[in-house]
Design a protein around this ligand. Structure first.
Ligand code: NAD
Length: 409
């Protein structure tokens, strides 16, 4: 099953509960615009490389479209389309005034020098500058891009349109970025994991956790959860997994990554594979790297009772059903990793007001937006007797449908 098909399946489950007619389903599923562009770049050795970039704008019924830009060698139109539609449902679940979009370039960012990456990023904006902007579609970082990439892109966009830092979020703090944006997705994962456990009558001290991926999402989730007294027994990155059943010293692991850039050589842990990490005898699993890592082939090896989807679409729909039948509580991506887009929204608000919030205010507002969304999703799951994922989609799809109706389609 391809990525966009999987999102459609979740959509239809919610649309069935909402008894939505086929013509409205078609309207809400169809992306508004899909753009594929050529990104020609001169490499450091003088060679000309022609890359392919995408921007899919899925829906703007609830506000300007919003979504990250990913640099990865597996980026293709189907994946971007799936992620764009997920963004429409995600912004609706947490009830921020945005639609959904996503973009990316099919490239391995680790093979680009800093100067090459800057040229790629500026050239990409040259190709899409007309369709993005603070009231149209606001990009942000995703895998392979970061705050520096956003600074180059903002600067390039402003060459065409003039000063307007709200055109892009996830910028460096000293360059109109929001305090707390960098940590927001991982922190949100931790906040929601905590809320879910409290609802289930469990304490973080009694919960062992394995986190796959130690980039922006995984490392900040680990930090927040360690500080909240969860026992983090395993972490991983592209170099492999690192496991200690007595619990990892997360501040030391974070320090190791700052010094070495990867987890490789991390002390106080046994090295395991990423696949082994997924099957560890832990209470909670937090996939925070790639999509599609829990499939029908490995779902039987999953022992965790709780899964919090830090990454987008880490669970294949077939595996999702099996996990639900087995009583595994899955916090879905559209809620679990919505902390990032929520603080991106705060950044956009601050940029538009030329005013900067302090970190405490950002954290408090993030907690309050995620808490409300969590309570709504939890209540809808109980009301309809469905998974948290289906409940989140029911809320989101209904909000987008209502906004579409009110806009007079
Ligand atoms: P990142 O590039 O900062 O980190 C990715 C991590 O995954 C790194 O530790 C990398 O080594 C690891 N990784 C890469 N390939 C791997 C593999 N094959 N096996 C195991 N680990 C591997 O990315 P990120 O921003 O942390 O994003 C991770 C996921 O979270 C993505 O699915 C992204 O779409 C999603 N997400 C990110 C944000 C955000 O604000 N950054 C928001 C919402 C969702």
């Amino acid at each position: 099953m391809k990525a966009f098909e999987a999102v459609q399946l979740y959509f239809h489950r919610a649309a069935d509960i909402l008894e939505m007619p086929p013509e409205i389903r078609k309207l809400l599923l169809q992306p508004k615009r899909e753009v594929t562009v050529e990104v020609p770049v001169e490499m450091d050795d003088g060679r000309l490389e022609t890359l392919v970039g995408f921007r899919v704008q899925h829906n703007n019924a609830r506000g300007p479209m919003k979504g990250g830009l990913r640099y990865h060698w597996e980026v293709d139109l189907d994946e971007v389309r799936a992620l764009a539609s997920l963004m429409s449902w995600k912004t609706a679940v947490v009830n921020i005034p945005y639609g959904g979009a996503k973009g990316g370039i099919c490239v391995d960012p680790s093979q680009l020098s800093k100067k090459e990456k800057e040229r790629v990023s500026r050239k990409f904006i040259d190709q899409i500058h007309e369709i993005i902007g603070p009231d149209k579609d606001i990009p942000a970082p995703d895998m392979g891009t970061d705050s520096e990439t956003m600074a180059w892109m903002r600067n390039q966009w402003e060459k065409y349109n003039g000063f307007n830092p709200a055109c892009i979020t996830g910028k460096p703090v000293e360059d109109y970025g929001a305090k707390g944006r960098e940590e927001a997705t991982g922190r949100g994962v931790g906040i929601l994991a905590f809320k879910m456990l409290r609802r289930l009558g469990r304490r973080p001290q009694d919960i062992s956790v394995a986190i796959q991926g130690f980039g922006n999402v995984g490392s900040h989730a680990a930090k927040y959860m360690y500080e909240s007294e969860f026992k983090i027994v395993a972490v991983s990155d592209i170099t492999g997994g690192y496991y200690n059943e007595d619990g990892l010293d997360i501040p030391a692991v974070l320090h190791h990554v700052i010094e070495n850039r990867t987890l490789e050589g991390c002390k106080g842990a046994t090295q395991i594979s990423n696949e082994e990490l997924l099957g560890l005898p832990v209470d909670m699993l937090i996939p925070s790297a790639l999509g599609g890592v829990i499939t029908k082939d490995n779902v039987d090896r999953i022992k965790a009772s709780y899964i919090v989807e830090g990454a987008n679409a880490p669970i294949h729909p077939y595996a999702d059903e099996i996990l639900f039948d087995r009583g595994v509580c899955v916090m879905p991506d559209v809620l679990a990793n919505a902390g990032g887009v929520t603080v991106s929204y705060f950044e956009w608000v601050q940029n538009r007001q030329y005013y900067s919030w302090d970190l405490n205010r950002v954290r408090q507002q993030l907690d309050s937006v995620l808490s409300l969304a969590f309570e709504e999703v939890w209540a809808a799951a109980n009301e309809h007797g469905v998974s948290l994922r289906t409940a989140a989609f029911v809320i989101a799809v209904e909000r987008v449908r209502r906004a579409t109706e009110l806009s007079g389609v």
